[in-house]
Design a protein around this ligand. Structure first.
Ligand code: XMP
Length: 593
């Protein structure tokens, strides 16, 4: 589909993935359309913009091959704002001097405005907190520039050439820890660039529907829907744009979904277009090859390959590969840019998009992606506007391999080992240490919850001290003391999956009823093969707060809620104990496998 405006009002020149998307999102929140462009975009292609922002990035301007911009952008007469690396790059390209500081400056700093500046106008000096993350700094100003603010360790925390409307800030106005960041971006976008408000994702819906009709022409659209927000909203837009008879959705039930998941997805779409989503029950096909598999990577490989097979068969069977069908996808804006997206998202998507039939559709231009210009929070707004239930809109992320990576399996029997610090459970889970994944046993603590102080600090200290572990859990309730529990053989069997499903449903219900679900970003519930002969398994609760899943903090739980959850779970048959995972990511990962 074509962009709605060929040149956005604000172009963010991308010097390093994560930063630039955050900036563009913050500008859009002000009601001004911003797009990310490669840093080296020729100045001639930026000529229609009202303002340019040079993003932060991990590099040093002197490092060979570091990102740069076309120096001619500074001669366009368009206002520009450099942020962090962008600030240094602007100084460097315009003849200033950048040096490595004596020490880096990472974290919070106090900004002191030292000269009048349209960029920093109206800031409250009582709220000087800004967020810094840099080692290099601007040591010599380019001609025409003036230093406008400093911090204790950074003499040029902000600079500007007011006549040419060129500005740079060493700190990050786009992050929440810069308390007046929004005001600074507001000054740049409106007072300095003179932008008008032109962006409200909700107002875009008629345009998106018109685009869908144009791209589809007389062809029909089919989707693989997952029950996640992006594919659901994209599918819904197509249903609105075209007659429901022209849009098909296929939902593959892997047998690894949570309780009520398949019914939820079917009912939700049936309410708008009865029968529009076909549910493909592939549970038996997924579970058979997984029956005796314990290794996490092997589980993922099998599930990925099975997805490919099942999708390919559906494409053939329903004649979707023929001329009158095109494929709809829920791709969102960060996925369309090379440097964007999270490593994980990229990984799993290659799995699903690698189906040869789908590849062929992509190569022949038979793909429609109605959300490719929107960020996740904008997609949620569009979904709300379309009347999708809040339950779907605010859905927590759920991994593609589903409950398979939350149901730990083993073929060995072993007893927990007493260490000075706690019990070493001879079951391994995945963690991130350095840049690579680790696979280590778990340390379980007993009695800690009685005192309830510094739980998470204790856990962090222990992970740093006990070399063989990457995760610490605390026992919150059990039918037997820890020393009597044993790791015993358990596979991805229907009865264990059913046990996990029931436990997960209880946790979700209590979490919703208590309002705790509003405090968490994701709340995996994990089944581990640790128990006794009658009650062979245990449950681990993993409530987390995160922004993008790349890092995450274990969320503190109200002791009363934790006890209530444990009590309800221990009434389920087959469950011996309930644990609370205290580990952050890193060093642990969000999922256990
Ligand atoms: P980890 O466990 O690596 O997870 O800390 C980070 C985020 O990614 C999700 N996740 C996945 N999502 N396919 C997905 O679609 C996967 O294979 C996968 N593995 C992990 C996880 O739920 C968390 O939000």
């Amino acid at each position: 589909m074509s962009a709605s405006s060929p040149i956005p009002q604000i172009a963010v020149l991308d010097a390093g993935g994560q930063y630039c998307h955050l900036i563009a999102r913050k500008v859009r929140e002000l009601g001004v359309y911003a797009e990310v462009r490669p840093s080296a975009t020729p100045a001639s292609q930026l000529a229609g913009a009202r303002g340019l922002i040079l993003s932060g990035g991990p590099a040093s301007v002197y490092a060979p091959g570091s990102p740069t911009v076309d120096p001619a952008v500074f001669g366009l007469g368009i206002p520009a704002l450099g942020i962090c690396y962008g600030h240094q790059l602007m100084a460097y390209l315009l003849g200033g001097r950048v040096e490595q500081g004596e020490r880096g400056e990472f974290g919070l700093a106090r900004l002191e405005v030292t000269a009048p500046s349209p960029l920093l106008a109206g800031l409250d000096p009582a709220r000087p907190q800004v967020w810094m993350s840099h080692r290099d700094l601007v040591a010599g100003l380019p001609l025409g520039f003036q230093a406008q603010a400093r911090t204790d360790t950074c003499p040029v925390a902000a600079m500007g050439d007011v006549a040419r409307r060129l500005y740079g800030v060493q700190f990050h106005p786009e992050v929440v820890h810069t308390l007046q960041g929004r005001e600074i971006l507001n000054n740049f976008v409106f007072s300095i660039c003179g932008c008008g408000q032109d962006w409200d994702p909700r107002q875009r819906i008629p345009g998106i529907l018109a685009d869908i009709r144009e791209v589809a022409g007389s062809r029909n659209v089919f989707f693989f829907v997952s029950g996640g927000v992006d594919s659901s909203v994209a599918y819904m837009l197509c249903l609105r744009a075209l007659r429901p008879q022209r849009v098909r959705g296929i939902y593959v039930d892997t047998g690894l979904m949570r309780e009520g998941e398949t019914e939820f997805v079917r009912d939700m779409f049936d309410a708008v277009a009865p029968g529009a989503v076909r549910v493909e029950d592939a549970a038996a096909r997924f579970l058979a090859p997984l029956a005796n598999v314990c290794d996490p990577e092997e589980k993922r490989r099998i599930i990925g390959e099975m997805f490919v097979q099942v999708q390919e068969e559906i494409l053939e069977e329903e004649h979707f590969l023929e001329g009158e069908w095109i494929l709809g996808q829920g791709t969102i804006y960060p996925d369309t840019i090379e440097s964007g997206g999270t490593a994980h998202a990229a990984l799993i998507k290659t799995h699903h998009n690698r189906v040869p039939g789908i590849q062929r559709l992509i190569e022949t231009g038979r793909v429609i992606e109605p959300l490719s210009f929107f960020y996740k929070d904008e997609v949620r707004e569009i979904g709300r506007q379309l009347g999708l239930p809040e339950e779907l809109i605010e859905r927590q992320p759920f991994p593609g391999p589903g409950l398979a990576v939350r149901c730990l399996c083993t073929d060995a029997e072993a007893a927990p080992e007493r260490l000075e610090e706690g019990w070493l459970i001879p079951l391994r889970s995945v963690g991130v240490q350095g840049d690579s994944r680790s696979y280590q046993p778990i340390l379980a603590l007993e009695g800690l919850l009685a005192s309830w102080v510094d739980l998470h600090e204790t856990a962090t200290r222990l992970i740093n001290r006990v070399r063989e572990i990457n995760r610490v859990v605390a026992l919150t309730g059990a039918h037997a003391p820890l020393e009597r529990l044993r790791v015993r053989p358990g596979s991805l069997s229907p009865d264990r999956l059913a046990r996990l499903r029931s436990a997960d449903a209880i946790v979700r219900r209590l979490s919703r009823e208590s309002g705790f679900d509003r405090l968490v970003w994701q709340f995996p519930v994990i089944l581990i093969p640790l128990g006794g002969p009658e009650r062979p398994d245990s449950i681990v609760l993993r409530p987390l707060d995160s922004v993008d899943g790349m890092t995450a903090r274990s969320v503190e739980m109200d002791p009363a809620l934790l006890r209530r959850m444990a009590a309800a779970l221990l009434e389920l048959p087959g469950l011996a104990a309930v644990f609370y995972d205290l580990s952050h990511k890193p060093p642990a990962t969000i999922e256990w496998e």
